[in-house]
Design a protein around this ligand. Structure first.
Ligand code: SAH
Length: 359
């Protein structure tokens, strides 16, 4: 068993069962042994590949989206440019390079990165060579002011709680120790508290249904909505998940680009859950901001000019590079790849009107 696995077993042995969210938080972000704390999991040599690692076009188009939104904000002379979970820093480096076409944008931007892993902070510092940035553990520490924020594959890493509709009522799924002392899933007794955590439209779901809720994700969406309503700006949330709140368990583990047991060797595999965009939108709206979308990633990137950007790159490319550019365009935007499962939601100040990519 991994060192983190032993630690979780000891915790359950002394304190009793833990929620799936507590397990996920330990596995991903526990000091030293948590999955994101111990190395660089992203890319071909790692466990999973994200859109900015597929192609520079992704970050470049998001950089142009930021420029366009900044102009709609009245081109403020200073604003916060924020990324949640920047991974290797590739997206932000590509975005800033593309944004240089707009005089004044980079000079006005104060870069703030929300990253829990010190190893990934080092990678980000390298990728952004020379560009001053401030790192934070969470959004609560961000200074005041108008904000432009990007979060790509951040919300899927936030812990989810799981609830099961048993014959006697709603129960929370927990992580327990089985007879052999190994980690296993169990169920807490039915309770009104568990039922209250289940979104109202799902409370009558058939017996046996599983429902996931991310209090951490809802908390971040509400906090973003509040500060955008007060200080102005917009956030772009890109992730995989569903436009509507639905029943079903999506928590999964991935290691070396292949499925892995969720409870097997915690800390050694990525754990993610599908994002409930309707719930995030509701939390941000409830806090006073407007939302647009979610729209499918493929349609969003096409509206931002993916085809034209691919053509421009292809004109300067060798035959091999041209094949790679076409493969990346396909991967990012086609329906059988990342084009539909991945979605884009914006949380925006009501004064900004329709934002690029959402009409
Ligand atoms: N956006 C990047 C990386 C996605 S992986 C990309 O598209 O390639 C998720 C990122 O979020 C990692 O950088 C991880 O360390 C960070 N992260 C995960 N949970 C976090 C948390 N609770 N607080 C801050 N950062 C977190």
């Amino acid at each position: 068993m991994t060192p983190l696995g032993k630690r979780i077993v000891r915790r359950i042995a002394s304190q009793g069962p833990i929620t799936v969210a507590d397990y996920m938080a330990e596995a991903l972000t526990a000091p030293r042994y948590g999955y994101y704390m111990s190395g660089d999991p992203i890319g071909r040599g790692g466990d999973f590949i994200t859109a900015p690692e597929v192609s520079q076009m992704f970050g470049e188009l998001l950089g142009l989206w930021c420029v366009d939104t900044w102009q709609r904000m009245g081109a403020p002379a200073s604003f916060l440019l924020v990324e949640l979970g920047p991974g290797r820093g590739t997206l932000m480096a590509d975005a800033l390079r593309a944004a240089r076409i707009a005089p004044g944008f980079c000079e006005a931007a104060a870069l703030h990165l929300i990253e829990i892993s010190s190893k990934l902070r080092d990678r980000q510092r390298e990728a952004l060579s020379g560009c001053p940035a401030t790192w934070h553990d969470g959004i609560a520490n961000l200074p005041d002011g108008p904000i432009l924020l990007i979060a790509n594959e951040f919300f899927d890493a936030l812990p989810v709680r799981q609830f099961e509709h048993a014959a006697e009522g709603w129960c929370e799924r927990v992580v327990v120790l089985d007879d052999a002392g190994e980690l296993a899933f169990g169920l807490s007794p039915p309770s009104a508290a568990a039922a209250l955590m289940v979104p109202e439209m799902l409370r009558k779901a058939p017996t046996g249904s599983l429902v996931e809720v991310s209090p951490a994700g809802l908390g971040v969406a509400a906090a973003l909505g509040r500060r955008i309503a007060e200080d102005g700006g917009a956030a772009l949330i890109i992730d995989y998940g569903s436009a509507e709140t639905t029943a079903g368990a999506s928590l999964q583990a991935v290691r070396r680009h292949a499925p892995h047991g969720v409870l097997t060797d915690p800390g050694s595999a990525d754990l993610t859950a599908h994002v409930d965009f309707a719930a995030l939108a509701g939390a941000a709206e409830g806090a006073g901001a407007c939302v647009q979308g979610p729209v499918p990633q493929g349609a969003f990137l096409q509206r931002l000019g993916l085809a034209a950007r691919a053509d421009a790159l292809t004109r300067k490319a060798t035959a091999d590079q041209a094949r790679d550019i076409e493969a990346a365009r396909h991967r990012l935007s086609d329906a059988d790849q990342m084009g539909v499962l991945f979605k884009v939601l914006t949380v925006a100040h009501p004064s900004l009107g329709r934002l690029a990519g959402f009409d």
